[in-house]
Design a protein around this ligand. Structure first.
Ligand code: AMP
Ligand code: GLY
Length: 439
């Protein structure tokens, strides 16, 4: 089988590595890829947002299946385009991708189908948004979200009226995110631990992946501005079996059924960003693809054939399919460039990756890297995702940070507490089971 992966980040590197493990896969091509993916796949210089270019690459490389990594091409209709041209694809069509490309669509969809989420208002003008913010019913903190895609930066958790007003001004008046700010969602702030729950679906059957947790803020203890994600971990402690059942029953199944009933069946990887509140799990957001960096900890835990899973998603034959997941834990620490998530330097020489990968439990996924002659240099804000697998979360955290210590580039920075909330959750579960609280 010959597979084309679309995208150029750490998620795509993890997708490529998972596909290469399949004995059925003879060739993996990646468009456009990066300096590390080039070691694992044939990288071709075609933009992830170029529909005709991707179709041409699929045809000229005799590709059997295209796996689309990022949301932007899906929101712009890449799956529709490939499908219409007879190329099998993993990823939802444009109408189904609205679950991520429009927060207004997602919230109204959840309201129509009784899916638990934060109480919300949709505002189409800045005046309407200001009225909601100033109404006596507005309780702070309050969350203001740009409707459209904003690379994870269009969400503000406002602690008071002034901060909420500023968010509306930036999004709707100054139009920091362009047309993504035509409307805003203003919603109740939920409290609890977050979880990323991703399922594979062919539009009818749902096959869950293991859960993960992202670390969006830049600094330790969730301080500082939000980023695309500074690290992630995956262990069975994040969602216990009871909560997993509840999420599938109350969130995932109604979403997949509801999308099909509304004439836009969802086929691909559906990501529910959840807040585990004292009232049960509630949806913070939907994404329409594998998470990044979550994919860098979820896919290494997949023991079954990922290519077979992808083939079944595209063919609509997921029924009865049950992949096997490792019970081990995985941790990914993102190494970022100086200045990220603001303007950052490029072209800094990277050393130590081979030494880090001498530990067989370590995988270094590349995000913003490129080859410069014999050297590997930085070429993005998030540069590398250093992932380790361990018998438990503590072992995985230790191995990941030992690997991080072997890697260097000028200005490199990273969080030192990836996995800490999971370690606290694990010790609570152990204590409760010793005390007989959990049966
Ligand atoms: P989103 O892109 O909608 O997931 O928002 C990005 C991040 O903002 C989430 O991962 C949460 O950390 C935070 N967030 C979003 N919505 C809420 C909410 N209703 N309550 C609390 N935090 C939220
Ligand atoms: N890690 C968050 C995302 O993939 O959107």
């Amino acid at each position: 089988m010959r597979i084309l992966v679309v995208g150029s980040g750490g998620r795509e590197h993890a997708l490529v590595r998972a596909l290469r493990r399949s004995p059925r896969v003879s060739h993996v091509v990646c468009a456009p890829g990066n300096g590390g993916i080039a070691r694992d796949a044939l990288c071709i210089p075609v933009s992830a947002n170029d529909n005709p270019g991707i179709l041409h690459a699929a045809r000229s490389n005799r590709i059997d299946l295209v796996v689309v990594g990022p949301e932007a091409p899906l929101a712009a209709g890449m799956a529709d385009y490939l499908d219409a041209n007879g190329v099998p694809v993993v990823g939802p069509r444009q109408a189904a991708a609205r679950l991520e490309s429009s927060k207004v669509f997602a919230k109204e969809f959840m309201a129509r189908h009784g899916i638990p989420t934060a109480a919300f208002h949709v505002c189409d003008t800045a005046e309407a948004a200001m009225t909601v913010i100033e109404s006596s019913a507005a309780a702070y903190p309050l969350v203001v979200k740009a409707d459209g895609l904003a690379a994870g930066k269009g969400v503000v958790v406002a602690r008071g009226v002034e901060e909420a007003r500023n968010a509306v001004r930036r999004i709707m008046v100054e139009r920091e995110f362009g047309a993504a700010g035509d409307s805003v969602v203003i919603e109740e702030c939920l409290r609890g631990l977050e979880a990323s729950f991703i399922v594979f679906t062919d539009g009818k059957t749902v096959v869950p992946a293991v859960a993960a947790r992202d670390h969006k803020p830049l600094y330790d203890n969730d301080q500082g501005p939000n980023t695309g994600g500074m690290g992630a971990f995956s262990t069975d402690v994040i969602l216990d079996p009871e909560t997993t059942r509840c999420v599938i029953e109350k969130v995932i199944e109604p979403t997949v059924r509801g999308m099909a009933a509304e004439g836009c069946p969802f086929k691909g990887m559906l990501y529910a960003g959840l807040m585990l509140t004292s009232d049960g799990p509630k949806v913070l957001e939907f994404n329409v693809r594998m998470g990044d960096p979550e994919g860098q900890v979820i896919l290494p835990r997949l023991e079954s054939d990922f290519a077979a899973l992808c083939e079944r998603i595209a063919a609509g034959t997921l029924a009865e399919y049950q992949p096997v997941w490792s019970s081990k834990a995985a941790v990914c620490v993102v190494l970022a460039s100086s200045g990220y998530p603001g303007a950052y330097a490029r072209g800094k020489r990277i050393a130590g990756i081979e030494m880090a990968e001498e530990d067989p439990s370590v995988m270094v996924f590349h995000a913003g890297t490129r080859r410069d002659g014999e050297s590997l240099v930085t070429d993005g804000g998030r540069v590398l995702g250093v992932t380790a697998i361990g018998a438990d979360l503590c072992a995985a955290v230790t191995a990941a940070y030992e690997a991080v210590n072997k890697i260097r580039f000028e200005g490199m920075h990273y969080r030192r507490d990836i996995g800490a909330t999971g370690l606290r959750q694990s010790s609570l579960v152990h204590r409760q089971s010793r005390e007989g609280v959990c049966q």
